[in-house]
Design a binder for this molecule. Structure first.
Ligand code: PLP
Length: 400
């Protein structure tokens, strides 16, 4: 046991080195077998360029903004002009009625999530998540002494099972996190699902006599296919906090820009709004990056080219179909969640890598063993080259 490192950080160091090992392994394999013979679907890093208009907007902001305004501190919640522009954009798109004060600028969705949890969670409070889930949720919840309560996976649709959801809520439940469209399944929760979830939560609020917040993590909102609609949650449940990010929709994850949306109808909304700027401050971010706050509002109607992901999705679906694999309906994000033909997904990941040079992530990392995640934010040609290897992998398990 370290005399320096905290117990929680010891745990994180151990998981961190597993992920790093996978990354290093991919690099080593590319050196050994040649980059064109290794098919790496393990990383969720956007592979499409940012809209050119955003790059232009950044240059324009630098060229035309007073240095003190551009580079200085501002209110912890962000520039009023940015918050107002985002509120107006949401109102135009979703028929809502937000104003500047409902939007707090954050350092991506990750920061919005931890600010929301900082506001709501006392040590010992429970936060419900649905397996499979984005692995950082557990870490973020632990940051505040919260307890992650997991609703078991519900294959093959991966839509939440309402009875299991209701059974997970108790008097300690303070919040529920959903991620729609979902990382890692690619599934979109439709309106019917959201309405059923809202009903479960309203009944639980009435039963336990206090609010339960729905934290909606939405970095993939615009990355959807075949005209699928992603419900806007403040229409369905009043105690909703939306965590949004431009990381994926504009392909700018390194720029660290997003926001936390707090609707007026949420219980104690004024205090939550005040608390959100304090949250950004005391969690050490102080404010979201100033250049990005000013640039993004010039291009709110622009997106990265989602058709690139749509083409990749089709190619990977074709490869998986030819291989005989089953997978969750990939309606959004750039992930496909594939059922492993054996129970042990770690063994499947090992075999795929060692014998077929196909790299993917074990479902166990998302609290859902028996599945693997393929990230198709990759070069299209790599998917085409990977198709015979995926078919051979399926063949090795008697799937084709
Ligand atoms: N939530 C989910 C589900 C994600 O997949 C990610 C990033 O991959 C994040 C949050 C964090 O996004 P950001 O870069 O905006 O902090």
């Amino acid at each position: 046991m370290s005399k320096v490192i905290s117990t929680e950080m010891e745990r994180l160091l151990a998981t961190g080195s597993t992920l790093r090992a996978m990354f290093e392994e991919g690099k080593k394999m590319r050196r050994e077998f040649g980059a064109e013979n290794v098919y790496d679907f393990s990383l969720g890093n956007p592979s499409t360029p940012a809209p050119p208009e955003l790059n232009e907007a950044m240059k324009e902001v630098i060229d035309t903004t007073d240095s003190m305004m551009l580079h200085g501190y501002m209110s912890n919640a962000g520039y009023e002009i940015s918050r107002e522009a985002i509120a107006e954009d949401l109102n135009k798109r979703f028929g809502t009625n937000f104003a500047m004060q409902n939007v707090t600028m954050t350092v991506g969705a990750a920061n919005a999530l931890v600010v929301a949890l900082k506001i709501l969670i006392n040590p010992g409070d429970e936060v419900v998540v649905f397996a499979p889930f984005f692995l950082e949720y557990r870490n973020y919840i632990a940051d505040f002494g919260g307890v992650t309560a997991v609703v078991p996976p519900n294959p093959p649709t991966f839509l939440p099972d309402m009875d299991a959801f209701a059974a997970t809520i108790n008097e300690k439940t303070r919040a529920v996190i959903i991620d729609n469209p979902n990382n890692p399944t690619g599934v979109v929760y439709d309106e019917e699902t959201i309405k059923a979830m809202a009903k479960v939560m309203e009944e639980a609020e009435a039963k336990y006599g206090r609010p339960i917040f729905l934290i909606s993590d939405e970095p993939y909102r615009e990355i959807v296919y075949d005209g699928v609609e992603v419900p806007f949650l403040t229409h369905y449940y009043k105690n909703t906090l939306v965590c949004y990010s431009y990381s994926k929709s504009m392909s700018v994850p390194g720029e660290r820009i997003g926001y936390l949306l707090i609707p007026d109808e949420a219980e104690e909304s004024e205090r939550i709004i005040a608390a959100s700027s304090i949250g950004v401050r005391v969690l050490g971010c102080v404010n979201a990056p100033s250049l990005q706050q000013l640039a993004i509002i010039k291009v709110l109607d622009k997106r990265t080219d989602v058709s690139v992901y749509a083409k990749n999705r089709k190619a990977l679906m074709d490869a998986m179909d030819a291989g005989g694999f089953e997978y969750a309906n990939p309606q959004g994000t750039f992930y496909m969640f594939v059922k492993t033909p054996i129970e042990d997904d770690h063994e499947f990941v090992r075999k795929a890598k060692d014998e077929f040079h196909v790299l993917c992530s074990a479902g166990a990392a998302f609290d859902c063993p028996g599945y693997v995640r393929f990230a198709y934010c990759v070069d299209h040609d790599m998917i085409v080259r990977a198709a015979p290897a995926i078919k051979a992998l399926g063949h090795a398990y008697g799937l084709n």
